[in-house]
Design a protein around this ligand. Structure first.
Ligand code: GTP
Ligand code: MG
Length: 213
């Protein structure tokens, strides 16, 4: 009825998003920039997992609470990770654009992610690749854009961005892109759910006919 219609106009979501990648690539820094608009040169390794919450006023009707799981790079082989990944609906995999070894490790992180978490319908969760610390690159490492596009297609990333937590480059854009993908998935589930009004009707029918299903 009218109440259902009114509540439908305002939607609130809570999304769990993972931030993973090698030690020291800037995961915590990217999150701090995105959530608190701050940056520190000082490196303090994350132990286990940290959390941050970003409230996004997506549009007039949609409020999103993004729960960011900042997972320590050095915990890569820990048995805890499966628990950390549970019920995530999106992820960032971060590498350090100045250190090739951290890009080479991206594949391992992606496989680990895909093996440990999927959407309720079995698909991989949307994952965005971030080449961070781009402020330290002259001309930009990811000079071969076509190669990066191909890499992302091949490995199943929804997109890649060159970022800098220090210079505040592309972090909001990358987050927007991921949220958009997550919302697409969310909406496709709700389309597949039965219409609540139809359920009500069925319930009445069942009661009348004395069915106890
Ligand atoms: P772990 O928690 O150990 O896995 O590391 P992390 O991925 O969270 O890295 P963190 O954010 O702690 O950053 C590591 C170091 O890189 C710190 O000294 C940061 O200041 C620096 N750093 C992070 N992002 C950037 C960036 O965009 N540009 C530059 N120049 N330095 C950065
Ligand atoms: Mg960290």
């Amino acid at each position: 009825g009218i109440i259902a219609t009114m509540t439908e106009q305002r939607k609130e979501y809570l999304f769990k998003v993972l931030v993973i990648g090698e030690l020291g690539v800037g995961k915590t820094s990217v999150i701090k920039r995105y959530v608190h608009q701050i940056f520190s040169q000082h490196y303090r390794a994350t132990i286990g997992v940290d959390f941050a919450l970003k409230v996004v006023h997506w549009d007039g009707e949609t409020l999103i609470r993004l729960q960011l799981w900042d997972i320590a790079g050095q915990e890569r082989f820990g048995n805890m990770t499966r628990v950390y990944y549970r019920e995530a609906v999106g992820a960032f995999i971060v590498f350090d654009a100045t250190r090739a070894s951290t890009f080479e490790a991206v594949n391992k992180w992606k496989n680990d992610l895909d093996n440990k978490v999927t959407l309720p319908d079995g698909r991989n969760i949307p994952t965005v690749l971030l080449g961070n610390k781009i402020d330290q690159m002259r001309g930009g490492l990811l000079s071969n854009k076509q190669q990066m596009d191909n890499y992302c297609d091949e490995k199943g990333f929804v997109a890649w961005f060159e970022t800098s937590a220090k210079a505040n480059i592309n972090i909001d854009e990358a987050a927007k892109y991921l949220i958009d993908k997550i919302l697409d998935n969310e909406r496709s589930y709700s389309r597949n759910l039965p219409d609540p009004e139809a359920l009500e009707l069925n319930k009445d029918d069942d009661e009348k006919s004395g069915c106890c299903r």
